[in-house]
Structure formats: structure tokens, C-alpha cells
Design a protein around this ligand. Structure first.
Ligand SMILES: Cc1cc2nc3c(=O)[nH]c(=O)nc-3n(C[C@H](O)[C@H](O)[C@H](O)COP(=O)(O)OP(=O)(O)OC[C@H]3O[C@@H](n4cnc5c(N)ncnc54)[C@H](O)[C@@H]3O)c2cc1C
Length: 375
């Protein structure tokens, strides 16, 4: 009986050609690395193509994630965590409101995270091709300069800036915001995350301060890149930020996820698919979730290509619901006033145990908390 189960499991892990299933992952950013790791752990042979010699460069992300992401990513996440928080403070209209989250929130050192993920992937047998992929086909052919190969699935994690997805008419094609982070010495002794809603600083979005050990990270995003520098200087003056150490940034994608995420055996993930939380642009949670779900389906017997499509569609539909809520809140451009009103009404109690990732559930959770408080 046990032998039959082993044979069935083995057969699931081989392609119709009788070999181990082969995946090509294009892009060694977070999305490419988390899919690589999960596929390798499920016994799939993975070749990762990355045009840069190293992963995690250039840095662009603040690295704020929920405890759920830490658990899905595992050791590389725990080893790259530099701070953790019980919640975050919303600031607006001259007042502030504390949001207490389920579990904790973590600040990761992003370059370190990616390096550790790559290290773990190597230990699981990853093949790394430090070259740029020049073309892909729906059937799984990948060309990178003079070398080419045929794969059972292709995970296209080329980031917002890549262009391979256009040839297959899949993936995200919307316009991102531009985001910037600057690190200063932590003279303030700030130990929390503050999310600042000020329409003059970041119209239709927000700016943030993150106290992490001896640095404070100040950041903001805007559809108008020319406003980032001047707004950063206003933040510096407002909060007395001094001794800037470095600044970095990139596209902040608010979605919604692309309508088409798969074509043939190619599946687009990460920023290239618009797989981001629409309220914050966070990309680490949706892709961790999708990678874990795809592999779980595969391990339960769903064919790998089908498992990828189903997992991506499931996560994308969740993000589409979040998109509606985020448009309602950020699009109203009155978040500052809402924060001030909620603070005056003492609604802090309604924002206890909030799920940092599942934004669409926050209003319901707040209502439930308010109802139980008044009964
Ligand atoms: C200012 C800022 C703050 C952010 N803060 C957070 C945060 O706190 N929490 C969070 O969860 N998210 C955050 N994000 C979002 C997060 O950084 C992104 O969603 C995530 O890094 C995207 O990862 P990715 O792998 O999809 O793309 P990328 O990181 O862009 O990686 C794509 C990779 O593909 C490679 N590539 C592209 N084309 C090819 C090719 N043809 N051949 C080979 N290689 C190729 C590129 O070199 C690159 O390494 C933030 C973003 C910004 C800009």
C-alpha cells in the first residue's frame, strides 16, 4: 500500500517525458525567489534567470511584512528581521490613531532577505543563470542570449520594469506610483511605524516613518516623481530628521492585478502581474501566499500548471476586493480627516486585532469590535 502511494507521488513529480518537472523562473527579486524556494521544496527542478550578478540590488523596498509572511518565507525572513512592532500609528488631521494588529509586524533588511533566500535555494539544488532572458514562448521555451531551454512551467517574475510579458499580452500594464525611502540617524529614538496622511505631502497616498534601531526610514509615494524630493525635505523639516545615510526607491504598484496572469505554461507573478496589496503596494504578502498555495495544490495532486493558474487567480480575486476598498479610502483623499474623526470618537478600540494583510476584512472587523463594545 505504502509503495503504491510513493509511486503515485513520484509520478506526480515527473513530466510526460518521464523526467522531474522543470521550472524556469525569470527574475531574482522577491517574487522569483519565493516561487523558486517553494517549487524546489516540492521537488521541482528550478532554473532561475537573473540579469544582475546578484539579488536584492538595487534595493527599493521598506521591507514591512506581517507575521504570516515571516512564517511562509521561514528562515531567511527571521534572519533578516531588524525590528518588530505590535501595530502602527495612523497620523492625520493633527491627531493620531493606534492600530493594533493580529500577531506582529516585522521590518526586514531587504537585500539580506534576498541573499538568504538565494542561499537556501542553492542548498535545495537551484540552477542559477546570471543572464538576461530575451524571449519566452507560451509553450515554455526560454531564450537567454546564446542559450535556450524548454520548461514545463515558466514563472515570469520580471518586476514592473520587465517587458517579456508584453509579447504574451499578459501581466500588469497600469501606471505605478513612484516611491522613495531615505534612511536617517534615529536621533528621535522612534520605535514605531507611523503612517502619515497628508494630501500636500503624498496626494492620494501616504508617507511613513519607520523607527528601526539606530535608523529612521522616511518614505512616501506619489504619481508625480518630481514631488518626491521636495516632499521628503518637508518630512525632514517636520520631524527633525538628520544625517541622511542613503536613499532608494522604485515603482509602487497599487493594482488591480492583471486580468490575464497566465498564457500557456507561462505565469506572471510579483510586480509584473500587479500582485500587490492595493492599500500599500506591498508585494511580499500576495506572492508568498500565491507560491504557498500553488505548491499546496500541486502536492495534493493538481497538475503543476493548473495549480499555478488556480493559486494566482485565487489571490488576484482577493486583491481585487481590496482594490475596491483602497480606492474608496485613498481615492476619497480624506484619510487625514477620517483618522482625526476616528481618533476623536475613540475608535482605537475598534481597531484591535486587525489583520495587516487582509485589508478587505478591516471594516467588518472594526464594525464587529464596535458592536461588541456597545453591547
Ligand atoms: C518605496 C517602496 C517601498 C516598498 N515597501 C514595501 C513593504 O514595506 N512591504 C512590501 O511587502 N512591499 C513593499 N514594496 C513593494 C515590493 O518591494 C515589491 O512588490 C517587490 O519587491 C517586487 O518584487 P518582484 O520580484 O516582483 O520584482 P523586482 O524586485 O523588481 O525583481 C524583478 C527582477 O527581475 C529581473 N529581471 C527583469 N527582467 C529580466 C529578464 N528579462 N531576464 C532576467 N532577469 C530579469 C530584474 O533584474 C529584477 O532583479 C515597496 C516598494 C517600494 C518602491
Amino acid at each position: 500500500m505504502r509503495l503504491v502511494i510513493y509511486v503515485k507521488l513520484y509520478l506526480k513529480k515527473v513530466s510526460s517525458r518521464g523526467q522531474r518537472l522543470r521550472a524556469a523562473v525569470i527574475g531574482g527579486g522577491f517574487a522569483g525567489l519565493i516561487f523558486s524556494l517553494k517549487l524546489l521544496k516540492a521537488g521541482v527542478s528550478v532554473t532561475l534567470y537573473e540579469e544582475h550578478g546578484r539579488v536584492g540590488y538595487p534595493p527599493h523596498c521598506t521591507g514591512i511584512v506581517s507575521e504570516r509572511v515571516m512564517q511562509i518565507v521561514g528562515r531567511p525572513a527571521w534572519e533578516s528581521a531588524v525590528s518588530s512592532y505590535e501595530g502602527l500609528r495612523l497620523v492625520g488631521g493633527g491627531r493620531s490613531l493606534w492600530v493594533d494588529v493580529k500577531g506582529r509586524i516585522y521590518k526586514l533588511e531587504r537585500t539580506r532577505l534576498e541573499e538568504l533566500m538565494l542561499e537556501e535555494a542553492f542548498s535545495l539544488g537551484l540552477r542559477f543563470e546570471g543572464r538576461r532572458v530575451t524571449s519566452i514562448s507560451r509553450e515554455g521555451r526560454v531564450e537567454a542570449g546564446s542559450s535556450s531551454g524548454k520548461f514545463d512551467i515558466v514563472v515570469l517574475a520580471e518586476g514592473y520594469g520587465g517587458s517579456l510579458r508584453k509579447d504574451l499580452s499578459i501581466g500588469f500594464s497600469g501606471a505605478p506610483l513612484r516611491g522613495i525611502n531615505a534612511e536617517y540617524s534615529n536621533h528621535l529614538g522612534l520605535k514605531e511605524i507611523q503612517v502619515i496622511f497628508d494630501e500636500k505631502l503624498a496626494p492620494g497616498f501616504f508617507s511613513w516613518l519607520v523607527g528601526a534601531g539606530d535608523v529612521v526610514i522616511a518614505g512616501l509615494a506619489s504619481p508625480r516623481p518630481e514631488l518626491l524630493g521636495p516632499s521628503l525635505r518637508v518630512l525632514e523639516a517636520l520631524f527633525g530628521l538628520r544625517e541622511r545615510r542613503r536613499a532608494y526607491g522604485g515603482p509602487v504598484i497599487l493594482g488591480p492585478p492583471a486580468r490575464e496572469l497566465s498564457a500557456g505554461v507561462v505565469h506572471v507573478v510579483g510586480d509584473a502581474g500587479g500582485m500587490n496589496k492595493p492599500l500599500t503596494g506591498g508585494g511580499l504578502y500576495p506572492n508568498s501566499l500565491a507560491a504557498e498555495l500553488a505548491v499546496r495544490l500541486y502536492e495534493r495532486g493538481v497538475e503543476l500548471n493548473e495549480a499555478m493558474s488556480r493559486a494566482l487567480e485565487w489571490v488576484a480575486s482577493k486583491l481585487r476586493k481590496q482594490y475596491l476598498l483602497s480606492r474608496l479610502l485613498l481615492g476619497s483623499r480624506s484619510m487625514g480627516a477620517l483618522v482625526a474623526l476616528a481618533s476623536m470618537l475613540g475608535w482605537e478600540k475598534a481597531l484591535r486585532g486587525v489583520d495587516y494583510d487582509e485589508h478587505e476584512k478591516i471594516p467588518l472587523k472594526a464594525l464587529r469590535n464596535l458592536t461588541s463594545l456597545s453591547s
